[in-house]
Design a protein around this ligand. Structure first.
Ligand SMILES: Cc1ncc(COP(=O)(O)O)c(C=O)c1O
Length: 364
């Protein structure tokens, strides 16, 4: 079999070890691992299985379809889905025992109409995104409680999500979260699951862990912010391509679209078989580096759709050499965080951007 031009190696054991480590660093009664967006690019099923092996007790996804995919794959752990279309089929979620995060009155009505749903009420405590906002909260809770007491649904959880803007902002959101909890309690409802914190908040603020923390990016060994880069986690993803053409350039020879890079001395350049269609961020043009034979080299010229060029100077490289784009920096390869910095974005954006034609391999 020929070597695929672009290869993603995913380590299930790294995810398992990361979840074990995170449970030590941020203990809570329950640990949810979030595997939305194809497990942050790592593969949803692989990620869910690895997370459960590491002690996760819940799996989180955005879409009901993502949850149903996991059920079909045989994942029978508790799953929560919290982002819905106006006409999403809640019946399919209930039949598959998928808990539903409910953010709007419309969702509440439609979920109640199905009957038998396990619901986590999602309240917006200040992030200003999904979840019931402050102005509608009292009515939302009253209607949810009515449906709960009628037996049309079960309020099993209360959830929110913080902004990470500052410590004060996150703690302020926690106060509003507790207020929502008190409103429910005043109506005689005490949800089993109370959850507010994702990776950064769970690690930074013990008081925000409530009964469950939700780890996404950190479970994959990636830092939620540059301040979280030293947690003893292992990156679970390694992205490789190959050297497929080698040229000796003379001073004045240019490289790639718009000839943004021109050789100033005689040098050797190597063409690499991955581009922005595969998730190599074009915005990292002019800053990125890759690893070949254990050594770092600069990417030169504009990153194109399928390929980019590396200046290897006078070093010897061979067609077919593996090129490490990102992975575990301990092996000399740049990290996902390096690429995030070069592309002026965040680790999440790099990991979830892997294109569909990249061949995937599971490592133990
Ligand atoms: C509601 C919710 N919880 C948890 C997460 C996981 O966040 P992180 O990857 O920062 O841990 C996300 C991801 O955006 C989310 O939307």
């Amino acid at each position: 079999m020929s070597t695929p031009l672009r290869r993603l190696y995913v380590s299930a054991s790294a995810i398992t070890a990361n979840v074990e480590r995170l449970r030590e660093l941020a203990p809570a009664r329950d640990t949810m691992v979030v595997v939305k967006a194809n497990g942050y690019g790592h593969g949803a099923e692989l990620s869910a299985r690895a997370a459960l092996a590491g002690g996760a007790t819940w799996i989180g996804v955005a879409d009901i379809d993502e949850a149903l995919f996991l059920r079909t794959a045989g994942i029978d752990a508790p799953i929560l889905a919290w982002l819905h279309a106006v006409d999403d089929d809640f019946g399919s979620a209930v039949r598959a025992s998928v808990a539903i995060g409910v953010s709007t009155l419309n969702q509440l009505e439609r979920v109640a109409a199905v009957g038998g749903a396990s619901v986590h009420l999602k309240v917006d405590t200040g992030l200003g995104r999904n979840g019931m906002g402050r102005s509608g909260l009292a009515e939302f809770i009253e209607r949810a409680v009515d449906a709960h007491h009628r037996g049309d649904l079960r309020i099993d959880g209360l959830m929110s999500h913080v902004s990470g803007a500052s410590r004060e902002a996150d703690l302020g959101q926690a106060e509003r979260f507790v207020h929502a909890q008190e409103l429910l309690a005043a109506h005689g409802v005490t949800p089993t699951h109370l959850h507010l914190a994702a990776s950064a908040a769970a690690l930074d603020h013990p008081s925000l862990r409530f009964t469950m923390v939700r780890f996404g990016v950190a479970a994959f060994g990636l830092a939620p912010t540059p301040e979280h880069s030293d947690l003893g986690l292992t990156p679970a993803m390694r992205f490789e391509a190959s050297v497929i053409n080698i040229k000796r350039l003379q001073p004045g020879d240019g490289v790639s679209y718009n000839l943004r890079w021109v050789a100033s001395t005689e040098t050797t350049v190597a063409l690499v078989s991955a581009g922005y269609a595969d998730g190599v961020p074009r915005a990292a043009t002019g800053r990125a580096q890759v690893e070949i034979r254990g050594k770092r080299y600069p990417v030169v010229g504009t990153i194109a759709m399928d390929q980019f060029v590396v200046d290897v100077g006078d070093d010897v490289v061979t067609e077919g050499d593996a090129v490490g784009l990102w992975g575990d920096p301990q092996g000399g390869t740049p990290s996902v965080a390096d690429w995030a910095e070069w592309a002026d974005t965040i680790t999440y954006d790099i990991a979830t951007g892997i294109g569909s034609r990249v061949a995937r391999f599971e490592q133990s």
